[in-house]
Design a protein. Structure first.
Length: 249
């Protein structure tokens, strides 16, 4: 689940991602295919493809699966993916921003509309939720105990990092969208393998809801994330530790 990360539930979220590994590989593979189609199959000449491969490796996607996703575009002009966004509100006024990549726009819009309708939500006009989120670079990775955290922090701040959070050996780094490339390059120079590096929509403020509302909101988010056409889902839901424990158990 992408969105405003809280260390209180990051481990639960990781467990949920592990349980959905096949779905995750499908989405990562599609991003590789789209990137290769758009900018060519050479990652050295295609920054988007290089980043997509980096994220796939960070999620332990097999090398041959990555190569197949790239080769799908070679000599195949029939592969056309369109990138779409949808914005809406779930029960309790929770804002939800959906990013999609699809080869069938009619199917995607019908599915997204039905998910919102069945879970007591409603779609809004595109652009109407932009003011609720900041677009930021988000990097997640693990470090060994030998790493000097203070020195690492200084290196990343010099590269443009805005926020750096440590939780045991887990690290999350946020940067302004325009500094995404320089922070990513610095991590490469430091030989740090990231588990994920992407642009996310981080909410300015978050909303807490009661447990019944929380269950309905999460059902909507889960259904959206389970859809192969949906690449990322962002929201301003504030999840309590108790709610995270119950949902991701």
């Amino acid at each position: 689940m992408a969105g405003h990360s809280k260390w209180a539930n990051i481990k639960h979220r990781k467990g949920a991602q592990d349980a959905k590994r096949n779905k995750l590989f499908t989405k990562l593979g599609r991003e590789i295919t789209v990137a290769a189609k758009e900018g060519g199959p050479d990652p050295e000449m295609n920054p988007r493809l290089r980043l997509a491969i980096q994220n796939a490796k960070g999620s332990n996607m097999p090398k041959d699966t990555i190569e197949r996703a790239i080769k799908k575009t070679q000599g195949n002009d029939d592969i056309v993916f369109e990138e779409l966004t949808y914005e809406g509100y779930s029960k309790g006024g929770v804002a939800i921003y959906v990013e999609c990549s699809t080869d069938n726009t009619r199917r995607t819009v019908q599915n997204v509309k039905s998910y919102f309708a069945k879970m007591e939500g409603s779609l809004a006009k595109n652009g109407s939720l932009e003011f609720l989120f900041d677009r930021k670079g988000v990097f997640s990775f693990e470090i060994s105990e030998e790493v000097d955290k203070e020195e690492l922090e200084l290196e990343l701040i010099d590269a443009g990092a805005d926020e750096i959070e440590f939780e045991e050996n887990l690290v999350q780094v946020l940067s302004a969208m325009e500094d995404f490339g320089t922070v990513n390059k610095k991590l490469e120079e430091l030989n740090i393998e990231v588990s994920s590096a992407n642009l996310q929509r981080i909410p300015h403020t978050t909303k807490e809801v009661d447990d019944d509302t929380f269950d309905i909101v999460m059902k909507l988010i889960d259904r959206l994330e389970d859809d192969d056409d949906v690449q990322q889902v962002f929201h301003d839901l504030e999840m309590t530790e108790a709610q995270a424990e119950r949902h991701f158990a």
